[in-house]
Ligand binder design. Structure first.
Ligand code: GH3
Ligand code: MG
Ligand code: MG
Ligand code: MG
Length: 474
């Protein structure tokens, strides 16, 4: 038997945490590293690559940051050390031991993530993003469908007290209007309603692809096992008796919501950048477009595409290309408002929806971001280089549907490319308005670029619905 300490042993009261080194990057995570010199030497270039800078001698970071510890399992008492860390922090253990027994010891020591040592940038950044405080920013929302509004209000009040937003729907026949208008993390569904029973309603909800993933929890007065089986068969995820004490009921809902949010984040997010994926972005754009049309409010759609990204891959390698994509994603997230919706539209193309913002106000925001981003140093080994992007901005108000909105901003983006890249084009700008040019290093013409420019010029001559460049650089 190995002579290891019993994993469930309580931390020694005199246990003193070794000194950690702390790092801050674009994500809202404050990373504390407790590692041997060997691991520290491996980590430093990775953290540099991810634009993390060491914070020297600070007792605490900004309060809205999530604190994450990365602990080296090669240190003596690494597990005991993890156990002694504050419970509110997340703990990552870098370890060579991947056995079942070690997983068990890690779970016992309240470790949240186990990553294989030597640490790779991809896995580390994935976990950091997972712990990013931003991912849990939006308040959880629950839709309660119940004909007994008094009971529903009671549950809603309790959920609100726990920080969960609850909307009550007394008339189940209005369910699709509500679901189209906003998205929910969970539906709490009464089984017995006069217009339609809960099981049938769940079946109807599940007929739509966009509502396949939202968890449905049934609230039932009776304990009829056959109805319960039927309800589960037709897409119900859980069953709570109306007799359950309210405190427990709310806790059950809360746990379900938490789990659903983690899963949704994994399903609907792009694995590389952590942004919402193509399908989800288009769905949100459609929702927001409908909202704009209903409320006569303003909304802008911006399509961003990295310039000469293929060359970046060719010159610096695909892995560095991936890091550039992550850099752009996290820089966008920190630059824009929390209410803006940012998605990875395709390979090196990103979409941004700026709510309640007309294009005239959206374009300068994206343009100042463009200047900021083009001045960031990207690193690959010891070399540094810079990256630019082009963008097209379109007005949701002028689009009939989401396809034409995307087409309009894409056409504007294409114009930006054709006009020399590293600039923003407004789909509906008045001809002749140009903002001050900024300086960049002119790029050499290669035969490939010439061919591309020709194709773009051709496209430009065929495109009529974008009209003017707002900023120009090269
Ligand atoms: P332009 O300025 O006209 O946009 O030129 P470009 O080179 O950026 O555009 P092009 O469409 O020719 O090339 C896009 C490249 O993006 C090709 C593709 O291999 C690369 N790409 C797409 N997705 C990824 C990804 O996830 N990671 C990396 N590293 N590269 C990707
Ligand atoms: Mg009822
Ligand atoms: Mg590109
Ligand atoms: Mg592209």
């Amino acid at each position: 038997m190995p002579a290891r300490a019993c994993p469930s042993a309580a931390p020694k009261p005199e246990y003193r945490l070794p000194k950690s080194r702390s790092f801050l990057g674009a994500s809202r995570v404050w990373l504390h590293v407790i590692a041997s010199d060997g691991l520290m030497a491996t980590l430093q270039p990775i953290l540099r690559q991810l634009s993390y800078v060491e914070t020297l001698g600070e007792a605490s970071g900004p309060s809205d940051l999530k604190e994450v510890y990365l602990v080296d399992d090669a240190l003596p008492d690494a597990l005991e050390l993890c156990r002694a860390l504050p419970p509110s922090t997340s703990k990552i253990l870098a370890s060579k031991d991947t056995t079942f027994a070690h997983h068990r010891r890690c779970a016992d020591a309240n470790i949240d993530a186990l990553i294989a040592s030597p640490v790779g940038p991809r896995e580390l950044v994935d976990w950091i993003e997972h712990f990013d405080a931003r991912s849990s920013d939006r308040r959880a929302t629950v839709l309660i469908i119940d004909d007994d509004e008094l009971a529903a209000e009671g549950v809603a009040a309790l959920l609100t007290m726990r920080g969960i937003e609850a909307e009550i729907l007394g008339d189940p026949t209005k369910v699709f209007e509500v679901l189209d208008r906003s998205s929910f993390d969970l539906i709490l569904l009464d089984l017995e309603m006069p217009q339609v029973n809960g099981v049938d309603l769940a079946r109807m909800i599940r007929l739509n692809r966009s509502y396949l993933s939202v968890p449905i929890v049934f609230l039932s007065a009776g304990g009829d096992i056959e109805t319960q089986m039927l309800a589960r068969h037709f897409g119900g995820d859980d069953f709570i008796s109306k007799r359950t004490p309210h405190g427990q009921l709310v806790r059950l809902v809360e746990l379900r919501v938490e789990r659903a949010r983690v899963l949704r984040l994994l399903i609907e997010r792009d694995g590389l950048t952590g942004l919402v994926d193509h399908a989800r972005f288009v769905e949100r754009a459609a929702q927001e477009l409908a909202r704009c049309q209903r409320t006569a409010s303003e909304c802008s759609l911006i399509m961003i595409d990295i310039d000469h990204f293929k060359e970046i891959n060719d010159t610096w390698g695909h892995q560095t290309g991936d890091l550039v994509l992550r850099r752009l994603a996290s820089a966008l997230v920190s630059w824009l408002r929390r209410t803006d919706i940012i998605g990875r539209y395709g390979g090196e193309e990103f979409g941004v929806l700026m709510l309640d913002t007309p294009p005239e106000r959206a374009a300068p925001v994206i343009d100042s971001f463009r200047r900021h981003f083009s001045a960031l140093d990207m690193t690959s080994g010891n070399a540094t280089f810079r990256v630019t992007f082009s963008a097209g901005v379109a007005n949701a108000r002028e689009a009939g549907d989401v396809a034409s909105l995307i087409a309009a901003s894409d056409a504007a983006l294409y114009r930006a490319k054709g006009a020399g890249r590293n600039q923003i084009v407004l789909a509906n700008a008045v001809p002749g308005t140009r903002s001050e040019p900024t300086e960049t290093v002119p790029r050499a013409e290669t035969p490939k670029r010439k061919a591309k420019a020709k194709a773009l010029a051709l496209h430009k001559s065929q495109t009529t619905h974008t009209r003017q460049v707002v900023t120009e650089v090269e």
